[in-house]
Design a protein around this ligand. Structure first.
Ligand code: AG3
Length: 282
């Protein structure tokens, strides 16, 4: 919601509070077939992308999210070559995938071409990775795409918005089952799974759905300053279960994390350590 004095507010469920920041300028606003796509400018955060008035990314701190969504499953997947991102039309997750030397093909399946269009104009550094020769951009429904691909991807990252509107189906047991089938045997998947601090029930029901489909699910935490509460989660699942905090490619992690601003080997091992209130909710 925009207030007359140019403050953006992302309301928390039940209108009990909000995340807010100053809008210096509205750079882009259009309704796509799926959602309202907006980019605003803030002197501290840089450009900020909003989908249906939810903060997706800011120039300033997108690396917290993209590092953790991508490198945690990539470190656990066996020599990933062929990888898929569902959503993520801004290109941030693609950039991180390309840091892994063995990656030969990155498919980005984004439902909303307008997200890509807005990113090309207002997040040029991120979206330039979409033009890399290893990247295949598919503008299509991720649900359909995943259903049609079996045993193909070594790593899949679900870089989605919240479970509302076009993204609801990206949190269902059926979709997770299809993700499992689209993975190769030693493959791993990750998804953003909301805030355990302020959406604990939503978080635990998503993790529950994943457990139903995969038989395993490892939530991990990441601070994301520009999302409500600042405390966020992603969850990792395997086609073949293993211990993610120990069974990962340390050599590749060391190499890749030299190019990261958030992720490193210590973070990888520590991020699965959960506070009591989160453990109890699971
Ligand atoms: N994906 C959005 C994560 C959820 C944010 N939720 C919120 N602000 N309520 C980010 C896409 C970046 N590639």
């Amino acid at each position: 919601m925009m207030m007359p004095d140019s403050w953006f507010i992302e309301e928390f469920e039940g209108r009990v509070g909000a995340l807010s920041f100053h809008v210096d300028e509205v750079l882009f606003e259009k309704k796509s077939m799926y959602q309202n796509v907006k980019v605003v400018k803030n002197s501290f955060f840089g450009n900020v992308m909003l989908l249906d008035d939810l903060v997706m990314l800011t120039d300033k701190d997108e690396f917290f999210y993209h590092d953790m969504l991508v490198h945690v499953p990539m470190a656990c997947a066996d020599s990933p070559e062929n990888v898929l991102i569902v959503g993520g039309g801004d290109g941030g997750s693609v950039r991180e995938m390309l840091k892994h030397p063995g990656v030969r093909r990155v498919v980005l399946c984004e439902i909303d071409g307008m997200v890509i269009e807005a990113a090309r104009e207002f997040f040029p550094a991120l979206s330039s990775y979409l033009d890399d020769g290893r990247v295949e951009v598919v503008v299509a429904d991720g649900i359909e795409y995943v259903r049609a691909h079996k045993n193909e991807f070594d790593c899949i990252c679900i870089d989605s918005t919240d479970p509302i509107g076009p993204a609801v189906g990206l949190f269902s047991t059926e979709f997770y089952g299809n993700i499992r089938d689209a993975l190769t045997d030693r493959g791993a998947m990750s998804a953003q799974t909301e805030s355990p601090a302020w959406s604990l029930e939503q978080f635990s029901s998503i993790v529950h759905n994943m457990r139903q489909s995969f038989g395993n699910a490892y939530p991990y935490l990441v601070p994301i300053p520009c999302y409500p509460s600042g405390l966020w989660s992603c969850t990792l699942c395997f086609k073949q279960d293993r211990n993610p905090a120990e069974d990962f490619d340390r050599k590749r992690t060391e190499l890749v994390s030299e190019k990261c601003r958030y992720y490193n080997t210590d973070i990888h091992r520590a991020c699965f350590t959960l506070p009591n209130f989160v453990k109890q909710a699971l």
